[in-house]
Design a protein around this ligand. Structure first.
Ligand code: GLP
Length: 242
């Protein structure tokens, strides 16, 4: 595990964006595993800026996103499809045919999860997986207790996750879908590189627990301690308990 200490959110975003751009430059046809949530937004802004300056070319990149709410249509402003287009894909030259997310409208969970795993397999696995972290240690939507050996699967979201994510749904938790499709921990662990970003004092306790505590399914992100190429980029606040 490599820990990169950033001063603040902007510095964290820039350092993480540097790692992603190195991946894209070194392997233009790489597979990027991408994440939603508020934490990576600054990374996407930085990458867009470098793209606009002519420093980055995403034309050969394939993306596979971590997760999607079950039941939401792509066009839904709260869908992760929409989020990724608004914050990243609409601003770069990625080929729309190479953008992959679980399909929330396919309610046949078994079929959809198999389809998504087949895609990840067909593109040759993930070269670099970007992750945020939930306050309970979830990655993607792998909630505490998630089996480490799962591929893409359908999860029931924990009340705390619904509570944390209601800010994207007009603050109304009744509007937050109760299930999601998520890439599993097995798939995340098979990524050749993993990059997790965290910022803010509210993430300090979980950063300490996940990366300096025991590896346990009760803290899903803790398994990343075992990944052979795992980089943690945090701002000073998120590292303040260490
Ligand atoms: C959601 C996403 C996760 C993300 C987490 C933390 O639950 N499924 O991928 O890491 O939120 O989000 P934030 O970065 O906004 O704290």
């Amino acid at each position: 595990m490599k820990i990169i200490r950033a001063t603040d959110y902007k510095d964290m975003s820039r350092k993480a964006a540097n790692i992603i751009s190195a991946q894209v430059i070194m392997k233009p046809n790489c597979v990027l595993g991408l994440a939603t949530g508020s934490t990576p937004v600054g990374i996407y802004e930085q990458l867009i800026d470098w793209y606009n300056k002519g420093d980055l070319d995403f034309s050969e990149v394939t993306s596979v996103n971590l997760d999607e709410y079950r039941g939401l249509r792509r066009e839904d402003p709260q869908s992760y499809w929409h989020f990724m287009h608004e914050h990243f894909f609409d601003h770069i030259n990625i080929d729309p045919d190479r953008i992959n997310l679980p399909d929330g409208t396919n309610l046949d969970a078994e079929e959809e999860c198999r389809r998504y795993d087949d895609i990840i397999h067909a593109v040759g696995g993930v070269d670099l997986q970007l992750l945020g972290i939930g306050h309970d240690g979830h990655i993607g939507f792998n909630e505490p207790g998630a089996a480490f050996e799962l591929g893409t699967h359908c999860v029931d979201l924990k009340p705390e996750t619904i509570e944390a994510n209601k800010r994207f749904f007009d603050g109304n938790e009744d509007l937050v879908p109760k299930q999601a499709y998520t890439m599993g921990i097995k798939t995340i662990m098979q990524a050749r590189k993993v990059l997790l970003v965290a910022n803010g004092k509210d993430k300090a306790p979980i950063v300490k627990q996940a990366f300096f505590g025991p590896v346990t399914p009760e803290v899903p992100a803790s398994i990343l301690q075992m990944h052979p190429d795992f980089t943690l980029v945090c701002d000073a606040d998120a590292l303040s308990l260490l």
